[in-house]
Design a protein around this ligand. Structure first.
Ligand code: BGC
Length: 490
């Protein structure tokens, strides 16, 4: 697999859409305006000592007050779609199914959705991108109580479908259930910050959280299909993230197996129940034993029925790693990857790719293409949409580096080439690409340090300046825009 063919000749299929992605807490600001309730991130970012580099999303990019300008920028940059998330507590401030609805919050999203459509941009809406209602956390621990969370999420989703579904035709239930489970309830680096050091049961919690997310996704998918899809004619799915994993030592069968197991623990954990309507991967059942909750017959019926309704695989992907099998098993509280270590160099000291300014993110387009193949062979019935992809550049605090963000342009170019080759040479159906992110924003535990935007945000003035990568993407997408509706008919 090389990168020496003239990929600019590889047109993208006509269905392929280009856009950008954001999340409510990362850009909106206006954290307590117009009746909005507190989310777990509003609380987490104000804990002392800070777990978010002393920073928070109170103001963020001020998107709440800049909807018209931001949407116009998207249109000027050639975007035809926009993946955004809804802040649950703007819509239902306390979050629960018996709590009042905040019409001002609904009006904000009405305004945003209408502005997008007026500019010819299709909204793709994520119901949950990490900012759960704090009140529900205090009432019952959110995802730790499957029945309660599911009932509240169903109510919230139904409200969103009924109020926005006349205009929103692509719905995503959850963003990255893996991160919610592991980073929120095992490493504790993201809200609500559960980890063994702070007294949480990391032996069981992450798997319970994952279970809740899977069943809540399925329940809401069924509601959409039964009550809304017949008239609204939209589509629904979930977004899964995941690195690709290469064996640390290619000549060691244990590392070859580890790379596969790591992918299953990361992606198939959710993908198999949700998209195949069946139990967790066998390797997880065997390794985790009774730490992994059990699906009842009713649960499996629901999963089987809804697996066919998901109409795409939403892929968030950034980078690849090497997987190495370790032999000594750690205590259960730290034992969640099937005892596999993740590294950025292999046994020969070769790096997986050049480092960005975030330690975990390196340029590794070959792994991306392999992941597209892996996902497509495991879930062959689903077209793939790249729901997030992007990087922060080294040295980007310097405005000159930010404006001419060559590292990012190179990254994006190589990853787009991987998509073209996956479509053209591997026969994989990829229907769209959302760059992460529209603009620099609040990068969770890293605060405002890493800048992932293709638009620079000056956090003092909240001014926006498109970076060269924004023009690069606009022009490249225009050049590669195909007219064929048949995926491999170029
Ligand atoms: C998340 C984004 C985040 C991005 C970069 C994804 O995991 O969905 O919210 O900003 O990665 O870290």
């Amino acid at each position: 697999m090389g990168y020496n063919l003239p990929v600019e000749n590889l047109k993208l299929p006509a269905v392929f859409t280009y856009g950008s992605a954001t999340a409510a807490y990362q850009i909106e600001g206006a954290a307590d305006r117009d009746g909005k309730g507190k989310s777990i991130w509003d609380v987490y970012t104000h804990l002392e000592p800070s777990r978010t580099n002393g920073e928070n999303g109170d103001v963020a990019c001020g998107h709440y007050d800049r909807v018209q300008d931001d949407v116009k920028l998207m249109a000027d940059l050639g975007m035809k779609t926009y993946r955004m998330s809804l802040s649950w507590t703007r819509i239902i401030p306390l979050g629960g199914r018996h709590d009042p609805v905040n019409e001002v919050g609904i009006a904000f999203y009405d305004k945003l959705i209408d502005a997008l459509l007026e500019h010819g941009i299709q909204p793709s809406v994520t119901l949950y991108h990490w900012d759960a209602p704090q009140t529900l956390y205090e009432r019952y621990g959110l995802f730790l109580d499957t029945a309660e969370f599911r009932a509240d999420f169903e109510h919230y989703a139904r409200l969103c479908f009924s109020r926005f579904g006349d205009r929103v035709k692509t719905w995503i239930t959850f963003n990255e259930p893996y991160i919610i489970s592991i980073f929120g309830h095992l490493n504790g680096t993201l809200a609500p910050g559960h980890c063994a050091e702070r007294g949480s049961d990391t032996v069981r919690e992450p798997w319970r959280v994952g279970h809740t997310l899977i069943l809540s996704h399925a329940a809401v998918t069924a509601i959409y299909a039964d009550e809304f899809q017949p008239t609204q004619q939209g589509r629904i799915s979930i977004v899964l993230n995941g690195h690709f994993y290469e064996p640390f030592d290619r000549s060691n069968p244990a590392d070859i197996a580890a790379a596969q197991t790591r992918l299953e623990f990361y992606i198939a954990w959710f993908g198999d129940p949700v998209f195949l309507g069946r139990d967790y991967p066998a390797c997880m059942r065997v390794y985790l034993g009774d730490r992994l909750p059990v699906f009842t017959e009713d649960d499996l019926d629901l999963l089987r029925a809804t697996s066919k309704i998901n109409s795409f695989y939403g892929m968030n992907h950034y980078s690849s790693k090497f997987a190495r099998q370790i032999t000594d098993r750690p205590p259960a509280k730290d034992d969640w990857t099937s005892n596999i270590e993740e590294l950025s160099t292999n046994i020969h000291g070769e790096e997986i790719g050049p480092a960005s300014s975030s330690a975990w993110l390196r340029i590794a387009p070959t792994g991306f293409r392999k992941l597209l193949n892996w996902v497509s062979s495991r879930y062959p019935h689903l077209p793939i949409i790249i729901t997030e992809n992007g990087c922060p550049c080294p040295g980007e605090t310097d405005m000159e580096v930010a404006k001419d963000d060559q590292f990012r342009q190179r990254y994006l170019g190589l990853y787009l080439d991987a998509i073209s080759r996956a479509i053209y040479e591997d026969g994989i159906e990829v229907q769209g690409y959302y760059v992460w992110s529209l603009m620099d924003n609040f990068e969770w535990s890293a605060g405002y340090g890493p800048r992932f935007g293709i638009i620079h945000v000056d956090y003092d003035t909240l001014g926006r300046t498109p970076k060269n990568s924004a023009y690069y993407l606009r022009d490249t997408m225009e050049q590669r825009r195909g007219t064929s509706s048949v995926r491999n008919d170029y």
